[in-house]
Design a protein around this ligand. Structure first.
Ligand SMILES: NC(=O)c1ccc[n+]([C@@H]2O[C@H](COP(=O)([O-])OP(=O)(O)OC[C@H]3O[C@@H](n4cnc5c(N)ncnc54)[C@H](O)[C@@H]3O)[C@@H](O)[C@H]2O)c1
Length: 515
């Protein structure tokens, strides 16, 4: 296998590239709705719809019950020994073939993300690239892991350590990276020999189907990987099932914490303790020091806060600006927010698409109303009618106890506050129960070092936007209530899906057995 390199994104500035995407979308549209079968059967349990035009049905899927979840786990338990028995190289080759299949279909995949999740083109393409990266990266990492680590050896003794698969992994995925995150968790579990039941978000079953088709087509047996479309009840049933060994979850803190609690139960007859890998939400702050270059700050913050309508777990939510530059920054951010282009994801000019569904629209509206009531709306962009649009909003002058300053909005709403110093900003960051991503704009290396040493966040971005982590370059994941476990797309991630076994052999033989 060649050395790992990130999949290059498409050059959307080139007209022929844009034309090829538009053609892929037209091809997709005539094939909608996509049927997503439940365990090879029913496809009529629920629908996913286009957030920009909710009357357009993108997929119809079978809706898994608790019994279906149990059937999927039983199948995975049956398929596990055969998949686990393959060599690490054989499994890696299958993942690399699946990556090639996604690469082949990447225009179609991007089009599907535009339709099913209203992901604008650049982000939809990046999502497909990240999915490919996860497959390629974990394939290589699993082969390396299988080679084993060097242990201290002394004369007369041989020590070896192997990492074996744990068993059945339940992968419970969110809709906001409908392909990449489902792929990352699934690929990691499969790479080291686990069998997987994938429960995608109810908003994006069709994207998950594309992944499962690619992996099956690449040689992952049907029993080692099944798709369980459905809602939270199906996920909860997987988590409770005593035959599940590992739960890999990415989503909201409320659900993640519930999963951690439920998985801790070890009923009679369950001969293992479940492991939970949970990546959850954040409240991501960007600190802007008095010496920061505002020409750099404004586009980076606006893109981080409003790209994909603020629906990235890493999105900027709260700007803490040194009081010396606060007013100037407020004016410039407000100007930038007012001119944001809000529109359908399929328009190449769109900067802010609609949010995922009516529930999300209501939630964002609620926070915006609170910001309006207890602070000042410094800027708001216009938004079209029709889809689940939310006007991008900048709020200032909020009281320290405002909910909108502490809770994850997960939509196009950014707050700005003055702080007396970078230390005071760090105190605010430190007071939050979540610690996913953070940003710092400063020209002073001592300030950069001090903030890096102090911040609790999992990923700190300095003098740049705070979204867009790349596999192998920026291993990604939060601390505190934002996540538990090793960072995705980085060293150590695969270990979570394995069990270590050490063998120590006394090699001082007292005669050999000769047969
Ligand atoms: N830290 C990260 O890497 C990361 C990445 C992406 C998204 N997120 C977070 O995800 C959230 C948005 O995603 P979402 O709306 O899909 O999250 P969500 O928690 O509503 O749903 C995530 C998944 O959990 C399932 N689920 C719901 N209730 C369940 C239950 N009781 N038991 C088991 N499974 C259940 C859902 O059906 C879905 O598949 C945001 O909070 C965002 O910050 C975090």
């Amino acid at each position: 296998m060649k050395l790992f390199a990130n999949e290059p994104v498409l050059e959307l500035r080139r007209a022929p590239v844009r034309d090829s995407l538009t053609a892929a979308l037209a091809d997709l549209d005539v094939r909608l709705p996509i049927r997503v079968p439940l365990l090879g059967g029913a496809t009529d349990g629920f629908e996913s719809t286009d957030p920009g035009e909710p009357s357009r049905v993108v997929a119809t899927a079978g809706r898994a019950s608790a019994e279906d979840a149990a059937a999927a786990v039983a199948m995975a338990a049956e398929g596990f020994p055969e998949w686990a028995g393959r060599t690490a190289e054989e499994r890696a080759e299958a993942l690399v073939r699946a990556a090639a299949a996604l690469r082949e279909r990447r225009l179609e995949l991007a089009a599907l993300m535009v339709r099913e999740c209203a992901k604008p083109w650049a982000e939809a393409d990046a999502d497909a690239c990240e999915a490919i990266d996860f497959l390629e990266y974990y394939a290589r990492a699993a082969v390396e892991l299988d080679a084993g680590e060097a242990l201290l050896q002394v004369p007369g003794e041989r020590n070896t350590m192997r990492h074996v698969p744990r068993g059945v992994a339940a992968v419970i995925a969110p809709w906001n990276f409908p392909l990449a995150i489902a792929t990352g968790m699934t690929a990691a579990a499969l790479a080291v020999g686990n069998a997987v039941v994938l429960k995608p978000a109810e908003q994006s079953p069709a994207c998950a189907l594309m992944l499962v088709q690619a992996l099956h087509g690449a040689g992952v047996p049907e029993k080692a990987l099944s798709l369980l479309p459905g809602f939270g009840e199906a996920g909860a049933a997987l988590v409770r099932d005593p035959r599940v060994h590992t739960v890999a979850f990415t989503g909201s803190a409320a659900v993640g914490l519930e999963i951690i609690r439920a998985a801790a139960d070890t009923p009679e007859g369950q001969d293992h303790v479940k492991r939970v890998v949970a990546e959850m939400g954040g409240k991501n702050c960007v600190i802007v020091d008095s010496d920061a270059d505002l020409d750099e700050v404004v586009p980076a913050v606006v893109h981080s806060a409003f790209g994909f309508a603020g629906q990235k777990c890493s999105a900027a939510a709260r700007v803490l600006a040194h009081e010396a530059i606060h007013d100037g920054l407020a004016e410039r951010l407000a100007g930038a927010v007012r001119v944001l282009d809000v529109g359908q994801a399929e328009r190449f000019a769109t900067e802010v698409p609609p949010v995922i569904d009516s529930e999300a629209q209501e939630r964002v509206r609620g926070y915006a109303e609170e910001a309006d009531a207890s602070g000042t709306i410094a800027a708001r962009a216009g938004a079209p009618d029709g889809g689940w649009f939310c006007p991008p909003t900048l709020a200032t002058g909020l009281g320290a106890d405002a909910r909108v300053l502490r809770e994850e909005v997960f939509g196009p709403l950014l707050t700005l506050e003055p702080v007396g110093s970078v230390e005071a900003a760090c105190d605010i960051v430190d007071s939050l129960p979540v610690a996913l991503t953070g940003g710092l704009f400063s020209r002073n290396p001592a300030t950069v070092a001090a903030v890096a040493a102090r911040t609790p966040v999992g990923n700190l971005y300095v003098n740049r936007g705070i979204t867009g982590a790349m596999v192998a370059r920026q291993p990604f994941g939060g601390n505190r209530r934002s996540g538990i476990g090793a960072k995705a797309g980085g060293p150590g991630y695969l270990l979570q899906f394995t069990e270590p076994r050490v063998v120590t052999e006394n090699t001082m033989r007292h005669g050999l057995v000769v047969e």
